[in-house]
Design a binder for this molecule. Sequence first.
Ligand code: NDP
Length: 485
Amino acid sequence: MPYKCQPIASHFINGEYVEDTDGKIIECIYPATGEIVAKIYSATPEIIEIALSAAKSAQKSWGKLSGTERGRVLRRASDIIRKRNRELSILETYDTGKPLQETLCVDATSGADALEYFGGLAGAVTGEHIPLGEDWVYTKRIPLGVCIGIGAWNYPTQIACWKSAPALACGNSMIFKPSEMTPLCALKVAEILVEAGAPPGIFNVVQGYSDVGATLVADTRVNKVSLTGSAETGKKVYAAAAAGMKHVTMELGGKSPLIIFDDADIENAVGGAMLANMYSTGQVCSNGTRVFVQKGIKDAFLKRFLERAAKIKVGDPMNEETQFGPMISERQRDIVIGFIEQGKAEGATLICGGNAIKGDGWFIEPTVFSNVTDDMTIAKEEIFGPVMSVFEFETEDEVITRANNTDLGLAGGVFTNNIQRAHRVVDELEAGTCFINSYNDAPVEAPFGGVKGSGVGRENSKAAIEHFSQLKTVYVRMGKVDSPY
Ligand code: NDP
């Protein structure tokens, strides 16, 4: 019997599906039931070779088109994605287990946003004119060449689009390697780009485990690597790219603080903390998992949080009423349960959830610890699951020091009705992306990325153009060359 989500073939190269059954088998498992929904093959050296040569040769003519011509393709792809949102959202739900209620409004749609935004921007990627008396210099923004995109498993459609849209807008080609846990969605993005008129070879998808990613990164034909993944993987990929002096964007993990002052609107603060910890079953890199609550408001905050958490609808992700799905894999569920056990053993107070849910799939209850101290494992390690840690604090200076006491710096948030304090605190937070009276918004118009161990470079916004293009400087002399020789 055919599998529910079986693609035509494992890889998409040079405008078509390609198969090589000699590769290691990758089983695609629907996290809500454990059912195998597709079986594909990891790329063999032959597949990697045809992808690299396709991307290399296609880039030359793509890079020579005008930005407006390239942008038109991206905008058409955006329209197709929006038209097919429901079908793509169902696939995203099979790939990740995230509830359809989420995927319908976040995943394919944010991918479409990126294609639309960078499609619009493509024609505006220009250099400058620098007058020097009768001579002048002009600069051009030129493509980098062949780019590798490597994705994590939490947002497979969005990550493929967030990387390919600015890359293609700037005239590059891309080979994208999805996480082997969520290999299906990027194939659809590739299909749609071709349907929208992208020339063959401009966006290719190659499946595989980390060895495939590492082979792609090391190849001398590759000019740029954009990774979304853990901080640990980021260090390895950054080092491998540096050996070939390649450009990088590293979107890595976080352990971000969310600070709630006692003058905050409690309902908004609770809503923000829920978005910062429970959305996508807590599998979001920028999550505000260290929730610092000022002493005077702590009891009221926890009471409301628990009341609202008790109403979270956990269950079948395909039911549009469901708000909370399973973890991506059995392994990830066990890792998160391990952290919960450590939290209990080290003395944090478990006030909500804490258990794996019996039955099919890899569900965990929404979990909250209070009385967490800064030295505990759950306060220091990225858990990547629905586990919120609540810390008590008294003063602004104290909380800023504690919030910054981490090697990571992806995001940070503050809830307060004191406008001066809000800006003062975000000024002090060592984080790439900050929120005031909100959490986890990621509009394509705004730069997104981390500081410290959370990465380098920025995705989205005009900033992404700088990370997918480079400057060429041209000096133009009008008069004679004044040479002393
Ligand atoms: P991993 O770091 O394990 O993997 C990320 C990707 O890198 C996967 O496709 C992986 O392949 C590949 N990879 C692993 N090792 C190498 C290597 N040496 N060379 C090339 N490629 C390699 O992350 P997860 O998939 O587990 O995702 C979770 C992590 O991603 C979390 O830490 C999270 O915070 C972070 N993340 C960051 C985001 C951001 O924008 N800052 C957004 C979303 C997630 P394989 O899967 O086969 O190992």
